[in-house]
Design a protein around this ligand. Sequence first.
Ligand code: NAD
Length: 464
Amino acid sequence: MSIVESPVSKVEEIFHKQAAFFHTGKTKDIAFRKQSLKQLFQVLKANESMLNAAIYEDFKKGEFETYVTEIGLIYKELKYFMKHVERWALPSAVPTNLANMPGKSWISPEPFGTSLIIGAWNYPYELTLGPLIPAIAAGNTAVLKPSELAPNASAAMAEVINKHFDPQHIAVQEGAVAEAQALLNQPFDKIFFTGSTQVGKIVMKAAAEHLSHVTLELGGKSPCFVLPDANITLAAKRIVWGKFLNAGQTCIAPDYLLVHESVKAKLVTALKTEIQALHGDNPEESEALIRIINDRHFQRLHQLIDPEKVIFGGQTNPSTRYIAPTLMDHVTWDDAIMQEEIFGPILPILTYSDLSNAKQAVRKLSKPLAFYVFSRSARTAKELTQDMSFGGCTINDTLMHFTNPALPFGGVGASGMGSYHGKAGFACFSNYKSILKKATWFEPFMRYAPYTPFKKKLMKWALE
Ligand code: NAD
């Protein structure tokens, strides 16, 4: 009799094997962690052309962009972690208060234990293997569940990881909702999820069942302010790049523009020039413009385009899931395109005359993952970033804060909780134990009964 393996029985088995492996203590060994990072670097290098080909199959995305937006970022993060992990894993001494003298205090990071990483499809490697780096650097085991919507990239990750790593330590479980839910039913110590706000809520409910530590990297509508004193030509260049990269399927893409009315006409002209410079007269033939991931998203985006408001682009081709870089003008807060995260190559332009009204309007939406402001005034830009709530921001450019490993990357409110990248990533997968060591040669008698006025006086002196 053959036993048919269901996703549930398979993930239970993976989970239990990884939990048992974690308890051997092997993953805590710093040399083992560094060796695992090195091995990940080497197997990715050795399989780079296969990984590139899979992305091309899923997105029609070329090698250059795959390197810049996926594989290159992973190499950079791996090198950063290999350089710093030893130091980050050390306990750090902190001051000891008077009431605990003589004594010593320190904070000691330990891995959470078993971790589950559920990835999104839009940058499948960066969003699945990216979090794996801090997971293993911090000494955890990891199960990766890539998104089923980029099936070739998912299969490529399964091939590379499952062949070269001990599944007790790192394993890829491919699949869709059933597999994700079967995994979420396991009592992982840490769950790291990248995806939509809606599924983020499901993940958090599942995490609550086991009180698993959870990080949610979600999405939202990221605003982009263009102030009257901005360098308009440069702003247009950088907005067009950040918006239409990956055909707008970027969680931190500028979702919509808020342009001061005095510079709107100039900006629109510059945006059109830049789109033409990047993608030519017929963007359908442009190598740098990738396709929409599937028919459902294509149809959703198609419906968001209001032909009456299109001032550039607007062409679509359902058979190749092509959508031209599209600008929509005279957009209002009530338009369909302003009711959801766009996640496609359509850029709505809203104008403002009064900055405080514009800020108020943005605050009515959920807190965004990213925030952009173009202005020559360092003071105005800084004030704006202090006034508004968001996960991360680049002033005078788009997307680039994502690439600085010294900046924690994450959202706030509906755009997520927790952050990673660089040391923040190590912290994201670590439990920081607080430890106080007391001396044995001195016994502070005043805390013990009988409580006398003298002891009370001493206590007040020590505590206040
Ligand atoms: P999604 O939420 O549909 O899917 C993400 C993952 O969750 C996939 O692996 C999927 O299989 C799984 N999943 C789907 N439904 C599930 C369910 N009911 N139960 C358990 N698991 C389930 O998101 P997506 O379409 O892959 O990605 C797009 C969204 O992700 C956008 O909102 C985008 O802004 C956001 N995003 C955020 C970041 C970030 O770093 N903050 C990065 C990329 C994408």
